[in-house]
Design a protein around this ligand. Sequence first.
Ligand code: ADP
Ligand code: MG
Length: 728
Amino acid sequence: MASNRQGAGGKGPGKGWVSDRHPLSTPVQYVKGVGPAVSAKLAKMGVMNVGDLLALTPIRYLDRRRILPIAELSPGRDRTVVGRIVASGVSFMGRRRKRIYEILVDDGTGKISAKFFYFNAKYMQQKFLTETKVLLSGDVSEFRTTLQFIHPEMETLGSAEEESASTGRIVPVYPLTEGIYQKQMRRIVRNAWDGFNSHIQPIFPEEFVERHRLSDPWKCLQEIHFPAPDLDPELLAIGRSAAHRTLIFDEFFFVELGLALKRRRTAQKKGIAFPRSDAMHERFLSALPFELTGAQRRVTGEIFGDMDSGKPMNRLLQGDVGSGKTVVALAAALRAIDADFQAAIMAPTEILAEQHFETITGIATPMGISHGLITSSVKGAERSSFLSSLRNGTLSLAVGTHALIQEGVEFARLGLIVVDEQHRFGVMQRAAIRRKGQAEEGEEPTFPDVLVMTATPIPRTLAMTLYGDLDVSVIDELPQGRLPVMTKLYDEGRRDKLYAGMRHELGNGRQAYVVYPLIEESEKLDLKNATDMARELSRIFEPEFRVALLHGKMRPQEKEEIMASFKAGSVHVLCATSVVEVGVDVPNASVMVIEHAERFGLAQLHQLRGRVGRSKFQSYCILMADYRRSEEAVERLKVMTETTDGFKIAEKDLELRGPGEFLGTRQSGLPPFRIANLARDVGILSQAREAAFKLVEADPEISDPKYARVKEVLLTRWSGKLSLADIS
Ligand code: ADP
Ligand code: MG
């Protein structure tokens, strides 16, 4: 049944409520009131079929149960009045004589005016004729001494029918797209409901519904779209009614169910039980110039526990920037190598791959471990010799970019893959990574251990969803003696002070980064800025100190040379684009200047700041920003000056930008949630997750006929993203 859905592509879980042949899969075009033109507009919102339309959750509600006499109005939110238009037309307001459209409405008790700053005069004149009965709803404010509506929702009440549809009840406000009006959307949803509601069926068996205190989906959708007048509009407004809870649970449940199945399938696979290799580990520890922190020791133990067992490891190692994840990864790699397997470490950028390679060389060479580097710029003979030594097993430790998992790369005996900065790769790529390690055909395939690492301090709730199929280890401690980075917010007026501060640090033997934003759409322009900046910095700091430029458009070899000179300390100021954002480790650098800081998101700023504060020296992060332009930017940048705790910053980022932005949904491979809100609905997420994992534990194939609908919905929502082997 699922085969025809494989490759449906683009459709994530959360989309599509029902299987392809179900009546709710009827294209929206066949809903009364929706023709080809409107259906094209709905498609832009991701609304393709009737099920999507019924899943379109109102963003808020208007309480129109109480029509107030105009005489009794007071300023405030969500007021509704009904009256007749007594005058209307274009007028001018304020000292600037701003052109507005004004409509004066009288209900017999008094008059109130509605003002519109954006309007189509012709349309307004035709639609809102004098004497027309209208409903106005919106926020009432006080202007001088009179009350007014600014941009209220306004509807003509021609017939008694129209009047009853719009008044006396709580009215939903839907998300819209250009060319569709609120009233029209309400009518479309109403028509979809009238035509198709009999096809909405319960998905879950009764005892499940009871256990999780869910409501019937039919009732939920009815309540969401046509709330009964006795409901609490406050609860509706913030998405906390019983119906909301059920729909949110439902949305989370199917995501978690997919993850639970993936996890179960991984756990059932045959992995490698690596023999203990304490001697190797001891040698490694004594080769390190420092002691491991308590947290590093603890997570190493957790990882070794996985390596002891015959099940494939599938673990996420989370740790704030600078917490020292690399050595933990190395410890695991060495254990695999000691057991005569190969290990691979994959990084998201060439710069980072190079850096890991260098770090690893420092340790692997004296220990006599063969290691190699592969990126897209390793070509020709070098590449083929790398590939053949991987294939014949003479290469023990491979470091590289995603070039490592490309076709044509074969390992002889891959035991462990480490994926650094996993958030740069995305959920779905893990499958490709794992496949690399499968043993030859015929035998029962064994799977390598997978350790993914991330410095993106993902709030726990989000980690549970994004990495719902992983075990999680956390490094929650920085190496000893680290001082928190001092962060300052500067504007142009303090540029001289900035340069003086930099000069002071450089004079003390430290180094500095100056980072320019690189935004794809205006790449040229920004590159020019970084280049200009490098020139200005040279003028200021050279010849005493050396300034170099680094950006993503440079040839790999050039980048490599510049990074190497910065690392070696012969370049003192590195003027770079955000290519240095992830992973770069030059402990002697103590200054991070971020130009146009307002253009960066919090998570990115935190990553950038994490490039300094990696030694015992006090480090500084200066955010240069035109922050007075935007309140939002001030709030964001203030967070940076107030805390260096990555988790706090992540929570704040989630709050400010929402999870979609935060994760880059495209990368994460997970759906944008339609109704659930990860920042708000944590509790429901945990419940849904627990329910999903329990179900999979009790019935791994979901073969109980009671759950037939659940299985069907699961396959539709994950269309193409759960392999047939995951559920069959
Ligand atoms: P991240 O977790 O951000 O990837 P790295 O692995 O790059 O962090 O480590 C950051 C820096 O801290 C490196 O210079 C590393 O050598 C150093 N380091 C790691 N662990 C310790 C430790 N236990 N004590 C002192 N320095 C450490
Ligand atoms: Mg790192």
